[in-house]
Ligand binder design. Structure first.
Ligand code: ABN
Length: 175
């Protein structure tokens, strides 16, 4: 027992000789600040491993039956020189939009779709598509898709509509 006591005493003395009280306080302070800062570091907390389907994956984007168009009302930009999620050259995407939720038939999940209008040249006139899922009459302006979103763009002239996936919907139990 005495041997162990002596061993600990010796090592404690040698540590005390090599370090100062100030150094010990500094180390403790750094550890305290460090442990408080670590939880604040940027972490993708909401990250969902599920990848958003931005590539055309199921169906024909120039057909009104395409899954992303479930709540659209307008001319499909995919028929007007653009794609389902980009505007034709020479037009500008509206910064304000109508939002819908559509089911992707490939993975059976719901996705939040933003129906941005493309603005700046006269209406495209091809592939008129009106699916209107979740649409309410115009007197419920906040719930109606029958709105020219170009009113929020530089030019209020409507050309066509896109369907941009902006998020993953909640998982629903099978009915
Ligand atoms: N959001 C499509 C649209 C444009 C103009 C008028 C009605 C609907």
């Amino acid at each position: 027992m005495k041997f162990i006591d002596r061993l600990f005493e010796k090592s404690a003395r040698s540590v005390a000789q090599r370090s100062s009280r100030r150094g010990l306080l500094k180390g403790l302070g750094a550890a305290l600040v460090g442990s408080a800062v670590i939880p604040l570091l940027p972490v993708a907390r909401a990250a969902d491993n599920h990848k958003l389907p931005q590539d055309a994956d199921a169906g024909d984007p120039s057909s009104c039956d395409y899954w992303r168009y479930c709540a659209v009302d307008g001319f499909l930009c995919a028929c007007c020189g653009g794609t389902y999620n980009s505007c034709p050259p020479g037009t500008e995407m509206s910064p304000i939009t109508w939002i819908g939720t559509c089911r992707n038939p490939v993975d059976g999940r719901n996705y939040v779709i933003s129906y941005n209008d493309c603005c700046g040249t006269t209406q495209c006139g091809t592939c008129l598509c009106q699916r209107d899922e979740g649409d309410r009459p115009l007197y419920r302006a906040d719930k109606s898709n029958d709105v020219n979103w170009c009113l929020g763009a530089k030019s209020s002239v409507y050309h066509c509509s896109t369907a941009v996936v902006v998020g993953l919907g909640f998982k629903q139990d099978k009915e």
